[in-house]
Design a binder for this molecule. Structure first.
Ligand code: NAP
Length: 495
């Protein structure tokens, strides 16, 4: 039996029903309403920001030694691990994602807290070379209040990626989940709240504020107490947040969209490449920022490779996320499924060859769910909208390439620069192409592998800043330089 969170938001250290309008959260596998969550209002967001600023300034938090803050993060990880099944079930119900995947996301969230705790304990400030009779220090301090705004596709992992380093750095956090998928952030909020209580730390250090981006998101970003926003979501929203940040002269990190190329060279191990290409685009039903949604295949192997790819794609098992055999689960929401279908219809109208999929599955079993069949398209030039725009669904567009220069020109002809996959047996080709492609992450003979210790982020319209890695904590701090006189030497203008 699925344990649903109460209809309460965590506002300024207190659990209560939001004063904004109710929003139904829907199980996309069935179309049934799971529960209703009241949004918080702009006034409540203001209240949370004010309380967060007070909490961040309280000596018990501000002066807490790093090893004790690390202990808090380990405790949060422990609570996540303890509740792992419940959190994964909740996320599957809320997002439609397969249970295998949500299990992995929950475990990655716990891992993020643990890794960040270790990074925090080993983070060092610097004594810099001095040019006079004084000691010079470069120190890092918390920003104060951080806004963390996340999308619906991998909530628990993207929440943790912001929450862990922001708390490690000594801040208070206002977390805003996506309107379609607030449940797992609320459940995570309960765990963090409990860990804060156990450690006798101010409850106002975390608020979880469900509600629409246009109200709650904007209230967070524009609030004068909020000193940084860490955002994951679409490029248009990221740009909007960036404009407000520029006005406030506030740092912002933006993890945005992608249209990532996945490249199969003539000499690639085709068996591995087929598996990697399919996993790269169709896992998470393509609702992944790094989805390998543009496939480039050496012209000499193009027909052979795409024929086999299409045959195997037809065999992928579509079904509800709760079925352990499911490979392609429903999309997050019926409205999103319809948006994906509209992209495919447009491509069809422009002359695309629909090699497989291109529609929702038919029949009683699929009627109420937000399903869409894994789809392979080709036959369009790289300038076509379907090659340029992020679809964020199980839709792969395939193109041939003639040589390395042709490939690099096509692959880089995109506003995005998030990820790239290269399949080749030649280490020289892999090295050259990996360095020439504009992408924040490049996978060679693998795809969609992640490690919390490796920085992640985009180039070009795919974003600004990096998450993960030892440096993640620094993204939530401000630097201060200190000059400390060590003797009584005469100062300029003295006497
Ligand atoms: P989105 O519409 O940009 O929404 C993301 C978050 O921003 C949601 O919480 C949303 O709230 C909020 N928001 C919307 N308008 C806002 C505003 N004016 N001010 C502040 N916050 C606002 O993106 P999405 O459709 O949920 O997510 C899909 C996108 O995320 C894709 O483009 C995908 O590539 C990207 N993504 C990127 C990464 C990465 O790491 N690079 C990872 C995952 C996803 P509401 O839900 O209430 O609108």
């Amino acid at each position: 039996m699925l344990e649903l969170p109460a209809d309460e938001a965590l506002i300024a250290g207190e659990w209560r029903r939001g004063a904004g309008p109710p929003v139904d959260t829907v199980d996309p596998a069935t179309g049934r309403t799971l529960t209703t969550v009241h949004s918080v209002s702009a006034e409540e967001t203001h209240e949370a920001a004010e309380r967060a600023a007070e909490a961040a300034a309280e000596p018990v938090w501000r002066e807490l030694r790093p090893h004790l803050r690390a202990r808090l993060l380990h405790r949060i990880a422990e609570l996540i691990e303890h509740d792992a099944d419940r959190l994964a079930d909740l996320q599957t119900a809320d997002t439609g994602k397969s249970r295998t995947e949500t299990g992995a996301l929950v475990s990655s969230a716990a891992g993020t807290f643990r890794y960040t705790a270790a990074a925090l304990e080993t983070a060092e400030d610097a004594v810099t070379p001095s040019r006079g009779p004084y000691v010079t220090l470069s120190l890092h301090e918390p920003i104060g209040v951080v806004g963390a705004i996340t999308p619906w596709n991998s909530p628990v992992a993207s929440d943790a990626q912001k929450l862990a380093p922001a708390l490690a750095a000594g801040n208070a956090v206002l977390l805003k989940p996506a309107e379609w998928t607030p449940l797992v952030a609320l459940a995570l909020g309960r765990l963090v709240h409990r860990a804060l209580e156990e450690a006798a730390l101010p409850a106002g250090l975390l608020s979880v504020l469900p509600g629409p981006g246009s109200v709650v998101g904007e209230a967070i970003v524009g609030h004068p107490r909020v000193g940084k926003v860490a955002f994951t979501g679409g490029t248009a929203t990221g740009r909007r947040i960036g404009r407000v940040a520029a006005e406030k002269v506030m740092p912002v990190s933006l993890e945005l969209g992608g249209k990532s190329p996945t490249i199969v060279f003539e000499d690639a191990d085709l068996e591995r490449a087929l598996a990697g290409v399919m996993f790269g685009i169709f896992s998470s039903s393509g609702q992944s920022c790094v989805a390998g949604s543009r496939l480039f295949v050496a012209r000499s192997r193009y027909e052979e490779f795409t024929d086999e790819l299409v045959a195997r794609t037809r065999d992928l098992r579509v079904g509800p996320g709760t079925d352990p055999d499911t490979q392609v689960a429903p999309l997050v929401h019926h409205r999103h499924r319809d948006a994906v279908a509209a992209h495919v219809e447009r491509a069809r109208a422009e002359g695309a060859r629909v090699r497989c999929g291109g529609r929702a599955p038919e029949g009683e079993r699929w009627r109420d769910g937000a399903y869409y069949l894994p789809t392979v398209l080709d036959g369009l030039p790289h300038s076509a909208a379907v090659c340029q725009e992020e679809i964020f669904g199980p839709v792969l567009v395939a193109l041939p390439f003639d040589d390395e220069d042709d490939l690099v020109a096509q692959a880089n002809d995109s506003v995005y620069g998030l990820a790239c996959g290269i399949w080749t047996a030649d280490h020289r080709t892999a090295w050259r192409v990996a360095r020439r492609i504009e992408a924040g992450t490049v996978w060679i003979n693998t795809y969609k592998q992640f490690s919390v210790s490796t920085p992640f982020g985009g180039m070009k319209d795919s974003g600004l800043g990096r998450e993960k890695g030892r440096e993640a904590i620094r993204g939530y701090q401000r630097q201060k330089s200190l000059y400390w006189s060590t003797d009584d030497h005469p100062l300029p203008w003295a006497g």
